[in-house]
Design a protein around this ligand. Structure first.
Ligand SMILES: [Zn+2]
Length: 714
């Protein structure tokens, strides 16, 4: 939420504390020799010197960066002038410049260009980053000054954006124990230390069960499996010393296709049981008692801060604000989801009966028969769809959408004019179409490579701020497509095309920022996925379909029937996916609302599911003993609901466009989108921003329609 430092450190830490950094002393400008800390030079407001980045400079850079940062914090804390917004809060916003630059390189070396050498440095630095953060959050003199500014602002409010920076800064310190007396502070720190040990143990237990429950198949047990799956299963078995057999490992990527395609029912049951028993095998790797311990410690910690329960503490700065609001949404969708499961089970049972299979659908049958229903009902050939999805055309399509909605122009920068860390990274200049003003640079790193983490993500090297002169934005999108042979088109799946648009939505959210202070660029967990999810909707607009979704050989636009099939298939199996997700999200919340003093985790899970009338034909997406989002750290604890929260906004906002006179390219709507949903970032309350866009709060009806669920009262 605070500056980029908080954002960059968050993934490294178990508890993401809110931190800002140092202040720049004009009188004693520090000597900075390390190339990774140096000011960025060159065109476009200065750019990172990726061409000079070396792993051997990292450790020194980060150590020096932290030291400079702490020195500056001390300067703010020890200032003898009375605390003001300018000499305290604004100085904190200004701080940590060198370390921020260091983290840009650090991020690339960790996510895009990792190596064993770098990982060794990472392991060494991780506890030091944690210590560094504590030194700031536990600096009492600093907090006294922040509190003084905050208290004064309650009497004499500051301009809206400054007030929000003060509120966010003060609350993030207070939420993390800055206001406690010495005794309580010590207990607070002890609890955190104990929790971090439990989180590591939780992960290791799950990892143990993932590595040690492998199902080996023989040659005659491969029925239904695809050739690629068989090949990789054979290779894994060989690696594990079981030459001639085929290994189904205890991971989602191995389990899911096996349950979808294998015709061996008994083996499906075994694979299913292994997977959903992780952390729950009654041995020394069982997580049930450990979870009870975590719940107790979390409760004790928030009670020190005067909160009733963990959920209430966690949600205070989220869009949902209270656990009740989050529960209300989930409970509103739940009945429709389980009703749809009943229909899906009926469809599947009919297929099984027609096939003469003589079975009753059990959880290990769900994916298998759902796939048969899917083929029968939707007949969608994903390979046929791919022929119309070329990566370079999709890139052009995104730029077109950005032009229509945001008034941006994307122009490739001359080769070699901006340093990149790999030859595959391409850079575009982003300008305002009308004024020609530079908005920033867009770096695209599309291909998979050794040392690059999996998945897709977006990031910034520099964010928009104006408090120290206007800064342009350096934003980046990353994917893991397999690099095509020279001259060949790169064809991607419909899902991947959606993800490509999704990440570009994050980039547009960075580019369009109009905030004055770094803290206001921060994200709110149940809100920041909304903007990116929303942008996915432009992939299937007519303008994009007709001009960019064209066949890679014939150049013909994708046929309307095929698009209809894709859209139709989107509601398929929503009973299963909504129910398995919601069961986990509700469980997450209920565990943190319950009294943990004598909690029996296994019993609590069973009874909660019974109360919910959880269909017996499917499990939770993540059963409690291996729910890493919630128990291997605090990133998603009482936050798993956030995916659906953002989805409600996405569906509702997208209907606003569908209903507008100009549809998804309606000028007035586009202006509102930029002004209220993108540009303010976290400079105003998200609920208020949404109301300004839509004229009312979001309703869940659109989400129900999207998922093909009946809408109450329709
Ligand atoms: Zn995202």
């Amino acid at each position: 939420m605070t500056k980029h430092l908080g954002k960059k450190l968050a993934p490294l830490l178990l508890v993401a504390l809110m931190v800002t950094a140092s202040c720049k002393q004009e009188t004693e400008e520090p000597m900075v020799d390390n190339v990774l800390l140096k000011e960025w030079t060159g065109q476009y407001g200065g750019v990172p010197a990726f061409d000079q980045m070396k792993v051997e400079d990292v450790k020194e850079a980060m150590l020096q960066g932290m030291e400079l940062n702490l020195k500056d914090i001390e300067a703010i804390a020890n200032n003898t002038d009375a605390p003001t917004f300018e000499n305290t809060i604004e100085e904190m916003e200004r701080a940590g410049e060198e370390l921020d630059r260091g983290f840009t390189y650090y991020g690339i070396l960790s996510s895009n260009m990792s190596s064993p050498d770098f990982r060794a440095i990472q392991t060494e630095l991780a506890p030091l980053f944690s210590e560094f953060q504590s030194k700031i959050t536990q600096n009492e003199k600093l907090f006294e000054r922040i509190k003084a500014v905050y208290d004064a602002s309650l009497e004499n409010p500051l301009p809206a954006d400054q007030q929000r920076v003060v509120d966010l800064t003060y609350k993030s310190f207070a939420m993390n124990g800055a206001e406690l007396d010495a005794e309580k502070k010590a207990r607070y720190a002890a609890i955190n230390k104990e929790l971090s040990g439990l989180y590591t143990k939780f992960s290791n237990n799950v990892l143990h069960d993932e590595e040690n429950y492998v199902t080996y198949l023989t040659e005659d047990q491969l029925g239904g499996l695809a050739e690629g799956y068989i090949k990789s299963a054979a290779r894994i078995a060989t690696d594990k010393g079981q030459e001639g057999k085929y290994a189904v490992t205890n991971s989602r990527s191995s389990m899911d296709p096996f349950l979808t395609y294998s015709t061996e029912r008994e083996l499906r049951k075994q694979v299913w049981t292994n997977y959903y028993s992780r952390g729950d095998n009654g041995d020394e790797y069982d997580n049930n008692t450990l979870i009870a311990e975590v719940l107790k410690l979390r409760r004790e910690r928030v009670e020190l801060l005067g909160h009733k329960n963990y959920a209430e503490w966690r949600l205070q700065d989220r869009m949902a604000k209270t656990p009740e609001n989050a529960m209300e949404l989930m409970e509103a969708v739940w009945p429709a989801a389980i009703a749809r499961v009943a229909e899906e089970v009926e469809d599947m049972q009919a297929v099984a009966d027609a096939n003469g299979d003589n079975i009753t659908i059990e959880p290990w049958d769900y994916r298998f028969y759902a796939e048969k229903v899917r083929k029968e009902k939707y007949d969608l050939n994903s390979d046929e769809v791919k022929q119309y999805l070329q990566l370079n055309k999709l890139t052009e399509a995104m730029h077109y959408v950005a032009g229509r909605l945001f008034n941006y122009n994307f122009t490739p920068v001359p080769e070699g004019s901006v340093p990149v860390y790999h030859e595959d990274v391409k850079v575009w200049e982003v300008t305002d179409k009308t004024s020609g003003e530079n908005i920033g640079l867009w770096y695209l790193d599309p291909y998979a490579r050794q040392g690059k983490r999996s998945g897709a993500w977006a990031n910034t090297f520099r964010s928009h701020t104006t408090f120290d002169g206007k800064k342009n934005v350096l934003a980046t999108n990353n994917s893991n497509f397999v690099k095509p042979a020279p001259g060949e088109a790169l064809l991607v799946s419909w899902d991947d095309a959606n993800t490509f648009f999704h990440e570009f939505g994050h980039a547009l959210h960075f580019f369009s920022s109009t905030v004055r202070y770094p803290t206001l660029n921060g994200g709110v967990r149940d809100y920041t996925e909304f903007q990116s999810q929303l942008l996915e909707r432009w992939l299937s607009t007519d303008d994009v379909i007709n001009n960019y979704l064209v066949h890679n050989e014939t150049g013909e636009p994708i046929p309307a029937e095929l698009v209809a099939k894709i859209k139709n298939a989107a509601t398929f199996n929503q009973g299963f996916s909504t129910t398995e997700y919601l069961a986990s999200a509700i469980m997450d919340m209920k565990f943190h609302l319950a009294d943990p003093s004598n909690i029996d985790v296994d019993k609590f899970e069973r009874e909660t599911l019974a109360d919910l009338k959880m269909p017996k034909e499917l499990p939770m997406r993540h059963r409690t003993p291996h729910f890493g989002h919630v128990f291997s750290g605090e990133g998603y604890a009482t936050a798993y609901y956030g995916y659906m929260w953002a989805d409600v906004l996405t569906a509702d906002a997208s209907e606003a466009f569908a209903e507008a006179p100009g549809g998804f390219y309606d000028k007035e709507m586009a202006e509102k989108l930029v002004t209220y949903l993108f540009a303010p970032r976290n400079s105003m309350d998200p609920a208020e921003a949404y109301r300004l866009f839509r004229g009312r709060d979001a309703k869940i009806e659109a989400l129900m329609r999207d998922r093909g669920f009946p809408v109450p009262g329709e």
